[in-house]
Ligand binder design. Sequence first.
Ligand SMILES: *Cc1c(COP(=O)(O)O)cnc(C)c1O
Length: 431
Amino acid sequence: MVAYGEPENGQGEFRIQGVPVTRIVEEFGTPTYVYDASRLESVYRELRGLLRPEIDVFYSLKANPNVSVVRTLGRLGAGAEVSSLVELRTAQRAGISPADTLFLGPGKTEAELAACLDAGLHAIVCESLAELRQLEAAATARGLSSVDVLLRLNPDFPTKGSGLAMGGKPRQFGIDTRLLRAEKERLAALSRVRVRGVHAYMGTRFLAHGDIVHNTREVLGLAADLAADLDIDLDTVDVGGGLGVAYFDNEEDLDVQALARGLNAEADRFLRERPGCRLVLEVGRYLAALCGTYVTRVLYVKESMGSDFVVTDGGTNHHMAAVGTGSFVKRNFPLVALTRYGSPADHEYTVTGPLCTPNDVLGKKVRLPAVAPGDLIGVQRSGAYGPSASPGHFLSHGFPAEVLVHRGTPHLVRARDTAEDLLDRQRLAPL
Ligand SMILES: *Cc1c(COP(=O)(O)O)cnc(C)c1O
């Protein structure tokens, strides 16, 4: 896999939009997530440009919920797929229209459903029959004559190609299609809840375009079939997504052009009989991953029983995905010496974080140039599932700073947790 850098990165230092990484950390410290807005924009623009206009791209905030990241995508026209009250508020604050927002999740609280109703979203994605009844009651209580929903399906076809399959087996997500078919009368009896379509999400980290196209074809087929069975007018079909990026040596990036060709052809076939139906592709990781670099500083270089270790100031607590805690075989995310960029990688190091656990390893046997305390080590392709998917309070280090470089200017988009931030939430009991 080719390390991500810019053409001017030849002078020994990694730059983002021409800004030397050392300048960014002088201002904001380490460890810090640095996001390149132009990279984020170009990934979105490319995908958007390849897909036919009937396919809407909704950004899944779960991948990176930073409000400035969301705004960067929202400004270009992305919709939002949110799964909590704060994600909903984030999308709103980022300026994404409620008409381009979907709320999903198997455990929506009353407060979340109420917030959805107040916001007037494109649709709430309902994950159980009980939730439909609850929503009907909430709409009645608020005097709303109609609430738009999509039914999240737990499809009964096997998923192809995902490391983390979300459907086709007993799951807390969605409604089994078999159960749904038995509920035709009850669905028809809902007077305020208006079923506008269906949703299915088959999993994450798909790297083969053929698998995504295959799953999409199955979802569209199922949608058409169920709509006929249950007398639903399909205004919207959300086909999920799960587009992956390559992290490890043996992986290859998705062929997005081939993917778009395949999806467009499926959409074409489906829309011929349903012109005007809105198709939604949910994209989190694929949009956010490439723009982000997790920047840590080398604190110590040491040897242990013949292995060279680099101990940095950040690890599992901020980047659980790179550490791969819980996975059977440790595979390395792309790691680079940001302050010795372009120098020959003629040393082998195990790069660890500061935590007091042997699992806190960012990279095992990584080829790097010789590094010394003060050097910066970056984990690339780290814009998705970073801090928000990591145990930031482990060992009480708190969450890192996040910086977005936009048109050559680094902006602090999340302040680093301070000791006061962490301690102020605790109470000393009068013991
Ligand atoms: C997590 C999730 C997404 C985003 O998945 P990515 O693989 O990051 O694109 C989209 N939809 C649903 C329902 C999800 O749970």
